[in-house]
Write a protein that binds this ligand. Structure first.
Ligand code: PDD
Length: 289
């Protein structure tokens, strides 16, 4: 049994949830999305994900079809009724169907809103213990990577580069600077300092990125948010990727070369991973408001 799907205010079985082929999400990738991790049926950092959804909607000039409390209600309901304790909840809002194919927005729109749950697919312990391999590539995406849009072809092509090379992620550089991964944020550890790229139009403002920086601040790990060059990234003592579905993972090879001296997960990664798990456990134990 799979969980029911929310489509435009109705709860449907997945095979009954249909969208028009004239939907602008389908024809133009004209939509935005969120991926929200759910642990023990509680959505993690829900308000932050919904705030970012609003920013993405604002960024593409699409009115939010629901109020915050409505989104929270739908997501909470799905998290309780889906078959898995730990889930990844996917939300998508598109500009909806159009009568004739036309790039310009229709005068009147009926957005398409979808919410669905999948089993949380946490990375295998081996990836955490042995680390993962990554490749690098030029960041060929557009100049509004801060918006979480469904136009993900460049991200898909970039992720496929990693998979075709037997790796997990592609680390992106634009004009000699680190941006992020094809579907993750990237951190560099150098000489005991955690380095994070500046949130701007060239990267997604990651929710997990924020958690990692908050944990660094809370535990007194020196950290700097600044431009990071490609050379600095390649000379990292440790390299991490993070996202809502992967949490934090150590990258131990980049383009076939060992990261740091050992090419194994570093001690600061192990510390951050432990802080992250503790933090999750604390948040999930807190009473639901
Ligand atoms: N992607 N950067 C990009 C380009 C991403 O696609 C993602 C996450 C992140 C990490 O963001 P967060 O910590 O908020 O998950 C950074 C999701 C998981 C996806 O597309 O499936």
């Amino acid at each position: 049994m799979t969980a029911r799907v929310f489509l435009n205010g109705r709860w449907l079985e997945v095979e009954d949830a249909r969208v028009s082929v004239m939907d602008r999400g389908f024809l133009f990738g004209d939509g935005v999305y969120e991926v929200i991790p759910v642990y023990s049926r509680q959505a993690f950092r829900l308000e932050q994900h919904l705030a970012r959804l609003q920013q993405s909607l604002d960024g593409i000039q699409l009115a939010n079809p629901y109020r915050l409390d409505e989104w929270i209600g739908f997501i909470t309901q799905l998290a309780h009724e889906a078959e898995w304790e730990d889930q990844s909840i996917y939300i998508q809002v598109t500009r909806g169907p159009m009568a004739v194919r036309n790039h310009a927005f229709p005068k009147e729109i009926t957005p398409t809103a979808v919410i669905l749950a999948e089993a949380m697919n946490t990375p295998p312990a081996s990836q955490r213990e042995q680390g993962i391999a990554a490749v690098s590539a030029a960041d060929i995406r557009w100049l509004r990577c801060d918006l979480k849009t469904t136009s993900l072809l460049a991200n898909c092509l970039l992720r496929q580069l990693a998979v075709s090379a037997g790796c997990v992620e592609t680390v992106l550089f634009r004009d000699g600077f680190l941006t992020e991964g094809s579907a993750s944020s990237i951190f560099v550890m150098k000489n005991g300092v955690l380095l994070a790229p500046i949130k701007n139009h060239l990267m997604l403002p990651g929710i997990t990125y924020d958690v990692v920086l908050e944990l660094a601040a809370q535990h007194g790990l020196p950290h700097e948010v600044r431009d990071i060059t490609e050379a600095e990234t390649r000379a990292a003592d440790e390299l991490w990727m993070c996202s809502s579905t992967k949490e934090v993972l150590p990258i131990v090879t980049l383009d076939g070369r060992a990261v740091g001296t050992s090419g194994t997960p570093g001690p600061v990664f192990a510390q951050m991973y432990a802080w992250y798990q503790d933090f999750k456990a604390t948040v999930m134990r807190a009473p639901v408001v």
